[in-house]
Design a protein around this ligand. Structure first.
Ligand SMILES: *Cc1c(COP(=O)(O)O)cnc(C)c1O
Length: 360
């Protein structure tokens, strides 16, 4: 068996230790004689899995008691609708559009009310984060929305926008658990888990309790009402049991490895290796403003499409896979999430140096 270094943006690499543990427990979870995949979501064993997962996440992120943690299906994209359906009491919301995912969320919200685009970086292919210190926040806005780390373009908000007292809602799909966060700054902080936490098929939404009400937009389905899931402890219907189990294992792995502060340090170190090389390379260069660079998603180009394609192909043959950039940006993108070891980034940079020598 040979494992590759997988730079996919998502679904993405998982800690090898976690995969091995899951493999060991595949046929017999903890003496139950069955796999977690075969287990009732109402069983005592699963109840323990979901409760432990939630508590470990609360510990890692220091989530205050007045926030609910929901394990939901429908991916991050379903939140693009759930957020306005549950929060748009005045039918007004302000969106900061810094990439495709923020744009999709903004477009979806337009179905439910007045969704204002109060800032955007689309003029320069989303290669920077706009100044958000003094935005024209709508007086009656129900919330201000951001996508905190832009997976496709490789930018990240280093500072949260000044929402002038309005509730902040953030999609953190691609920077979830990559560094410590102050949950109290957000009304909702949510993300699909397939980028930086677990397998595909689930989104975790951390929501301040006062935002979870029965007062949702008319016609909102039961399943798309936060209160349904909050009241039932994410067990209103059958949840994605196996995904919750896998995420729980990753939470334990994060705790064992020093938590989010240690993760941040490791992620900064990994990203610096790649960015430092990009800054000195004569062949490759990064595509976004330095001050806004993501620690998780690193897009880069040679400026020559054929050379980019050659690089991606040769890298794959060398066991460095999924480096092709998003179709809207081109070039390459290395996603270096929590589970990507330092050695993976070192191997990538060594390969890039060799490629540069051969193709200069
Ligand atoms: C991948 C991604 C999404 C979409 O996630 P799905 O689970 O496929 O719906 C949304 N937002 C961000 C920031 C992402 O990276």
């Amino acid at each position: 068996m040979k494992r590759v270094y997988n730079f996919s943006a998502g679904p993405a690499c998982l800690p090898e230790e976690v995969l091995k543990e899951a493999a060991e427990e595949m046929l017999d979870y903890n003496g139950s004689g069955m796999s977690v995949m075969e287990m009732s979501h109402r069983s005592l064993a699963f109840d323990q899995i979901i409760r432990t997962a939630e508590q470990d996440l609360r510990d890692l992120m220091q989530i205050p008691d007045n926030y609910k943690v929901l394990f939901l299906q429908g991916g991050a994209s379903q939140q693009f609708a759930m957020i306005p359906m549950n929060l748009m009491k005045n039918r007004v919301a302000d969106y900061i559009v810094t990439g495709q995912w923020a744009k999709k969320a903004w477009q979806e919200a337009q179905k439910y009310g007045k969704a204002n685009k109060i800032a955007s970086s689309e003029d320069k292919t989303f290669s920077y984060i706009p100044d958000c210190s003094d935005l024209p926040i709508s007086p009656d806005a129900d919330y201000v929305y951001i996508c905190e780390n832009n997976t496709i373009y490789g930018t990240k908000f280093k500072e949260l926008p000044n929402t002038k007292g309005k509730t902040l809602v953030a999609d953190v799909s691609s920077c979830f658990l990559s560094e410590p966060v102050d949950v109290t700054k957000y009304g909702i902080i949510y993300g699909g888990v397939q980028k930086n936490i677990g397998p595909a098929g689930m989104v975790i939404a951390i929501i301040r309790e006062d935002l979870i009400t029965e007062d949702v937009l008319p016609g909102t389905p039961t399943m798309l009402t936060y209160k349904t899931h909050a009241d039932a402890g994410s067990l209103y219907n059958t949840p994605n049991c196996y995904c919750i189990y896998m995420c729980g294992k990753v939470f334990k792995w994060l705790k064992k490895n020093g938590g989010l502060a240690a993760m941040k340090e490791k992620n900064e170190k990994k990203a610096a290796i790649l960015y430092n090389y990009l800054d000195e390379s004569r062949l490759f260069h990064g595509t976004v403003e330095k001050k806004d660079r993501s620690l998780m998603n690193v897009p880069f180009v040679t400026g020559d499409k054929e050379l980019d394609a050659k690089f991606v192909k040769e890298a794959e043959a060398a066991g460095l896979v999924n480096l092709k950039g998003h179709r809207t940006v081109g070039g390459m993108r290395a996603s270096i999430y929590n589970a990507m070891p330092l050695e993976g980034v070192e191997a990538l940079v060594a390969f890039m140096k060799k490629f540069e020598e051969e193709n200069a």
